[in-house]
Design a protein around this ligand. Structure first.
Ligand code: ADP
Length: 280
């Protein structure tokens, strides 16, 4: 732990030997075991691993939605609690259907205790920022449309802008691009990288897409199947801004290969010859 005299940056995140169990009607399920993670303010961290390994559980621990059974989770040196300092975006955009894109993006400013007074007094600078950010992610001209008038990729862009509009010092992303087609996903990687490089929040991105993790993160943690444990910490030292062309270089492929290897071999053995025979 940091000595009490050393101020801990507000957005430094630390999990120390954390174990978390869910109570179910068939007894307890140990979702994560002995997880230690520590990341610096402004760092972009990705957690990768197979489905069910505890990635979302880590996000719940960092956002204060759950507390560890064993070990400690801290943000800025204190137990995390849902506050205005955190921005969150999930796989499903969850935009409010009856609000326009602009009104959706402005929503956190209406509810965040840290911003609502200033926003109510003078919304103009906040609206200007929202419009600038929407334009920067290619949604200029769509501010007054409703979510159902946008494609899935456009909705997700608005969702990410909404998570960042109140300039949170921490951004939590739970497979934000998982439901999108490959081309849209790649475009949004670049949009997210640009937004992060501008505002520099501390980011925790949960994903099962190894290329996404390697393109975006400074540090990647690989988790094992349940109970989730950290099996690898990999720093990515590729220069920024990273580009899609860069994902075809040998250095990039080597990072993805290394991550893949740590996640484990083929988990379900496909008996190809037998399948071909049955199918013929
Ligand atoms: P991931 O995000 O990697 O898919 P999760 O963190 O959602 O994994 O879940 C980790 C494990 O804990 C999974 O096996 C899941 O079934 C279990 N789990 C998650 N949430 C609950 C819950 N509310 N009750 C019981 N088990 C849960």
């Amino acid at each position: 732990m940091t000595a009490p005299s050393t101020p801990v940056a507000k957005n430094a995140i630390e999990l120390s030997d954390v174990t978390l169990r869910y109570a179910t009607k068939n007894g307890q399920i140990e979702a994560v075991r002995g997880v230690s993670l520590s990341f610096a303010p402004g760092e972009f961290v990705a957690i990768v691993g197979p489905s069910g390994c505890g990635k979302s559980t880590i996000l719940k621990l960092v956002s204060g939605l759950m507390t560890p059974a064993v070990g400690t989770a801290t943000v800025g040196g204190v137990a995390p609690r849902p506050t205005g300092q955190v921005g969150i975006a999930f796989q499903n955009p969850s935009l409010l259907l009856w609000r326009t894109v602009l009104q959706n993006v402005l929503l956190p400013l209406e509810v965040s205790p840290a911003h609502k007074a200033a926003y109510r007094k003078d919304p103009a600078p906040f609206v200007a920022r929202a419009r600038r950010m929407l334009a920067a992610v290619g949604l200029g001209g769509f501010e007054d449309k409703h979510p159902w008038e946008l494609s899935g990729g456009m909705q997700q862009r608005a969702n990410v802008v909404r998570a960042l509009i109140h300039q949170p010092s921490i951004l939590l992303l739970d497979e934000p691009f998982g439901a999108l087609d490959a081309f849209t996903r790649e475009e949004l990687w670049l949009a997210l990288q640009a937004l992060w490089m501008g505002a520099r929040p501390t980011v925790l991105l949960v994903t099962h897409d190894l290329r996404e993790a390697a393109l975006l993160a400074d540090t990647i943690y690989v988790m094992s199947p349940r109970p989730g444990q950290i099996t690898l910490r990999r720093e990515v030292e590729l220069p920024r801004p990273r580009t899609l062309e860069g994902t075809f270089t040998p250095e990039f492929s080597e990072i993805v290969r290394e991550l893949r290897e740590h996640i484990g071999g083929v988990r379900t053995r496909i008996r190809a010859e037998e399948l071909m025979e049955v199918a013929s």
